[in-house]
Design a protein around this ligand. Sequence first.
Ligand code: CAA
Length: 258
Amino acid sequence: MAYQNIQTKTEGRVGVITFDRPSALNALCDDLTRELSEALAAFEADSDIGCVVLTGSAKAFAAGADIKELQGRDYIDLYMHDPFAKTWESVARFRKPIIAAVAGYALGGGCEIAMMCDFIIAAETAKFGQPEINLGVMPGAGGTQRLARAVGKAKAMDMCLTGRMMGAEEAERAGLVSRLVPADDLMDVAMEAAEAIASKSLPIAMMTKEAINISQELSLSEGIRFERRVFQAQFTTEDQKEGMAAFAEKRSAHFKHR
Ligand code: CAA
């Protein structure tokens, strides 16, 4: 499908979505987020896709919601239209594994969308921030919640109240990003990670993602009970039989994703 604000491609079992609105540092206008959610729906429906990489340009992953679009909105318009729930949250609702590969600015909604992904691989040029307070608002697409869970209350307060940016090294130290890599290696590292994930059993990877995500919402004992039930259920899959047989027979597993 032809998009105006993003590019998509597939490499093997990996789908890649690249924000492509350079004139506005990939600011997340309505058209872009609608295209993003359409592209994700297409990758979700494609049984040949096992993992997605979401990325931007060298200068910006995304510089946030489109301020010029938001500027004229009022409460009832935002409440009734609720663009964040309708389209932005499509990243959080995506059921297959999804990696954010971030270089340059990931600010406001850009940081929030990166945090909706399963993990973030950052170039050393990456800059994260929730600067909405400078605009007279606070983060509105999960920033106060996901940032606090990712980096803890103190740093989340610091970021959201001062509006300062966090460099890639600090972001890695704080646990916001899983890997910090030289800028030139960003896509190679992200693709290698995505290919590794896509080579596993897709339903098992999806259940793993679901279990880790649910850990953010449940008590430890409830989470462990959920994990145990899902682990037991995995013994009904062909991929569990194949994975364990392959180990015993000293060969590579050939997962059928069922
Ligand atoms: N919305 C709309 N346009 C944006 C934008 C945004 N979030 N960020 C950048 N742009 C546009 C600029 O207006 C500029 O366009 P023009 O050339 O037409 O003037 C172009 O992108 C390049 O930007 P700058 O000239 O500002 O580039 P810079 O290198 O000097 O600065 C920057 C880069 C520090 C990222 C700066 O652009 C900036 O502060 N952007 C806004 C960041 C921000 O506040 N994000 C939060 C948005 S609100 C939000 O996201 C709410 C939410 O929780 C969902």
